[in-house]
Design a protein around this ligand. Structure first.
Ligand code: CP
Length: 306
């Protein structure tokens, strides 16, 4: 598969997803064999305007396992000429002469799309803005669901937490909507519910979804519980205590989940998943991070010519 840029989930068709997952499987086997030197003449620039642990390190790990080299700025706004006021456009034009692919995280919705439009090399969206997209996270999430449940058609997924600002859930909703008979439960306080643009997309594509605020009611019904951060300060002022506690999983709440359901989280977590459930086999969030390296290797291979 040849990709020019990775900007948003909508750009992936079902055949592309199947091919990507096959490639990710091969990358997993490649890691087991110690990686490759196929991309030793390629350089990846990771340009992060927001903090990151998983996305930046897993992209860098992916590039190194492909044999490539990396250049990295973890706080571009402080540690690059952006601190003097250099525009994103100028930064991209310059970095494009130094690297073969740019992995960009930015605090503005649409910034990565704008960067790709003026870049002479591939640009990969590592997350853009609150309420933007995080397509590579969604791809690794979908890959995890595929690996853990064997199929995505017919899966029932609860997306839980601050859905208003969460870019991972937005990107994942687009991807889930491509499969047959999927049911999506958006579980959040009404003030933090999924934005209308995603709901309209799902309506247009005849995807079943429901908006819910009762987390405990939904838990026994679904195959995948996808938790996201729900910051206490984001809760409605009059109801901080109770709703926050409602979107919380510990050993007791976990008993409500199906025995073969899985619990996912893009991480980092705040209080929404108790560390006491980490050893439950249904807790898939650390396996999810491992899958991220395979998916990101597959994406890098798809935008680079070795
Ligand atoms: N899931 C995710 O995007 O994590 P980071 O913010 O650590 O990259």
């Amino acid at each position: 598969m040849k990709l020019q840029h990775v900007i948003e989930s909508q750009q992936f068709t079902l055949p592309m997803l199947n091919e990507l997952f096959g490639l990710a499987d091969q990358m997993g086997a490649l890691i087991g064999r110690g990686g490759t030197l196929d991309y030793q003449h390629k350089i990846m620039a990771s340009l992060f305007y927001e903090p990151s642990t998983r996305t930046r390190f897993s992209f860098e790990s992916a590039m190194l396992r492909l044999g490539g080299k990396i250049m990295s700025t973890e706080r571009a706004q402080d540690f690059s000429s952006v601190s003097y006021g250099e525009s994103l456009d100028d930064t991209i034009r310059v970095v494009a002469h130094y690297a073969d692919v740019i992995v960009l995280r930015h605090n503005q919705i649409g910034a990565v799309k704008r960067a790709a439009a003026i870049s002479s090399i591939p640009v990969i969206n590592a997350g853009d803005g609150k309420g933007g997209q995080h397509p590579t996270q969604a791809l690794l999430d979908l890959y995890t669901i595929y690996k853990e449940t064997q199929t995505i058609d017919g899966v029932k997924v609860a997306l839980v937490g601050n859905l208003l600002d969460g870019r991972t859930v937005r990107s994942l909703a687009y991807l889930l909507g491509k499969f047959e008979r999927v049911k999506i439960y958006f579980v959040a306080p009404t003030t933090l519910q999924m934005r209308q643009d995603i709901l309209e997309y799902l309506n247009r594509h005849h995807v079943w979804y429901t908006l819910e605020s009762d987390f405990l009611k939904i838990l026994p019904e679904v195959d995948v519980v996808y938790m996201t951060r729900i910051e206490e300060e984001k809760m409605p002022a009059a109801s901080i205590e109770k709703p926050f506690k409602r979107y919380f999983i510990d050993e007791e709440v976990m008993k409500l989940m199906k025995s073969d359901a899985i619990l996912m989280h893009p991480l980092p977590r705040l209080n929404e998943i108790s560390p006491a459930v980490d050893t439950d086999p249904r807790a898939a969030y650390f396996r999810q991070t491992k899958n991220g390296v395979c998916i990101r290797m597959a994406l890098l291979a798809s935008v680079l010519n070795p």
